[in-house]
Design a protein around this ligand. Structure first.
Ligand SMILES: [Zn+2]
Length: 131
C-alpha cells in the first residue's frame, strides 16, 4: 500500500504519468471507497441490531445491556476502520495532485532590494554586483 503511494508520487515528481499508473490509482481509490461503503453498511446494521434489541425488550425491563455494549464496541471498531480507510483514500488522492513547486527566494542586494536575474547593478542602490 505504502509502496504504491510512493511509486505514484515518484512518477508524478518525474513528470511521468502513464495510463496504467492512473488506472491503478483509480482502481485503488475505487477499492477503498468500496471498503468504506461496506463498513458504513455494517455500522448501519449494528445500529439496527441495537435498535431492534431495545425495541424487543422495551417495557419488559430486561434490556440486554451486554448485547448493546458489545454492539457499541463493534460500532467503535467499525468507525475506527472507516477513519483509517478515509485517511488512506486521502493519501491516495493527495498523491494524485501535483506537488506545489517550491519557489526559490530571489537573490537580494545588501540593501535588501530584490535583484533581477542577470542584473549587473542593483536597481535600488546602484551597487555593482559581482558574480
Ligand atoms: Zn542595493
Amino acid at each position: 500500500m505504502t509502496d504504491f503511494i510512493d511509486r505514484v508520487k515518484k512518477n508524478i515528481n518525474k513528470g511521468i504519468s502513464t495510463v496504467s499508473e492512473k488506472s491503478s490509482l483509480m482502481l485503488e481509490t475505487a477499492k477503498i471507497k468500496g471498503q468504506i461503503a461496506k463498513l458504513e453498511d455494517r455500522r448501519s446494521r449494528l445500529f439496527q441490531d441495537i435498535g431492534s434489541s431495545v425495541y424487543a425488550t422495551y417495557g419488559s425491563g430486561s434490556l440486554d445491556e451486554w448485547f448493546v455494549a458489545e454492539k457499541c464496541d463493534e460500532i467503535k471498531a467499525v468507525e475506527q476502520a472507516i477513519t483509517e480507510k478515509t485517511e488512506e483514500l486521502q493519501a491516495l488522492t493527495d498523491g494524485g495532485k501535483p506537488e506545489p513547486v517550491a519557489k526559490e527566494s530571489p537573490a537580494r542586494c545588501e540593501c535588501g532590494a530584490e535583484l533581477q536575474p542577470g542584473a549587473r547593478f542593483c536597481a535600488n542602490c546602484g551597487k555593482q554586483l559581482v558574480e
